[in-house]
Design a protein. Structure first.
Ligand code: FE2
Ligand code: FE2
Length: 276
């Protein structure tokens, strides 16, 4: 763990629902969140499994909220490392849990390890799961960076897990968008989401608008995601509006060699960048 990384603790964001936040330093931008979520209902659900970098603390946080033997469901939104980074450990420690995934996640992860097909259930967008005291609805998030990606809407708490959508760096251990310094969320929103989802430049605004309209009609009051702050009320409306405006808009170029040079210079001194 980077020595400048603030300690973070699970945050209750709705009834029976906890954000498990982790941060990764991002220089002058602040910190990139790498969050996951736990639903502590009658049939507890782990929603994404964090990154390998944070394994020890992540496991302690999650199993401080729910005992491993009580976990009934493990939902992985997609196959990226920051979402399945502790999946093997969770499968080992939670013998009663069923893995909620899909064909694409299985295909893409099967080159990493032998996935337990007999412990899996595949769910596609539009399908639902009865999790005891709640129904979980699988959705296609507003933005995504893997074809496997699915989000989750909890019909009881009104929380949506938006996977990689609505990303924005945090100023520190601040997990609600309403607590960000003024302007910070807006300033970084388009660059962050554009570089991670460069396909937005090809989108027809009307067709894409229909996708967002369908999501907005769901009974969602709180949105949590892996790489952004918790969104509610007007800030959630605003995040949707900024996302909607990205359809067909110019793509923000990803940082290139100058950023790598700057990172190396900051870490090793100016000679490191020029010596290569
Ligand atoms: Fe991703
Ligand atoms: Fe991610």
């Amino acid at each position: 763990m980077h020595p400048d990384t603030p300690h973070t603790r699970p945050q209750r964001i709705a009834q029976d629902t906890y954000l498990v936040p982790r941060l990764v330093p991002a220089g002058e931008l602040g910190f990139v969140p790498v969050n996951s979520m736990v639903i502590t209902g009658r049939e507890p659900v782990i929603v994404d499994t964090g990154a390998p970098l944070h394994r020890e603390q992540w496991l302690a946080d999650v199993f401080g909220l729910v005992a491993p033997e009580d976990v009934k469901w493990i939902f992985v939104s997609h196959d990226d490392t920051d979402h399945v980074g502790n999946l093997r450990e969770v499968l080992e420690r939670c013998p009663s849990a069923t893995l909620l995934a899909d064909f694409q996640t299985w295909q893409r992860l099967s080159v990493d390890f032998d996935m337990p097909l007999h412990r899996m259930r595949w769910l596609n967008p539009g399908e639902s799961l009865d999790a005891g005291d709640r129904t979980l609805h699988v959705v296609l998030p507003p933005l995504f960076d893997s074809p496997a990606t699915r989000g989750l809407v909890d019909g009881t708490s009104g929380v949506m897990w938006a996977a990689d959508a609505f990303a924005a760096p945090a100023p520190g251990p601040v997990h609600e968008a309403r607590d960000f310094p003024p302007g910070m969320f807006d300033a970084s929103f388009v660059p962050f989401n554009s570089t991670a989802n460069p396909w937005h430049g090809w989108l027809d605004p009307v067709a894409y608008g229909r996708h967002l309209d369908a999501l907005r009609q769901l009974p969602v009051e709180v949105v949590a995601s892996c790489h952004g702050p918790v969104l509610r009320g007007e800030l959630l409306d605003h995040a949707y509006a900024m996302t909607r405006a990205m359809a067909g808009a110019p793509v923000v170029p990803a940082p290139g060699q100058p950023l790598l040079d700057a990172i190396l210079a900051a870490a090793l001194g100016p000679a490191a960048a020029t010596a290569r």
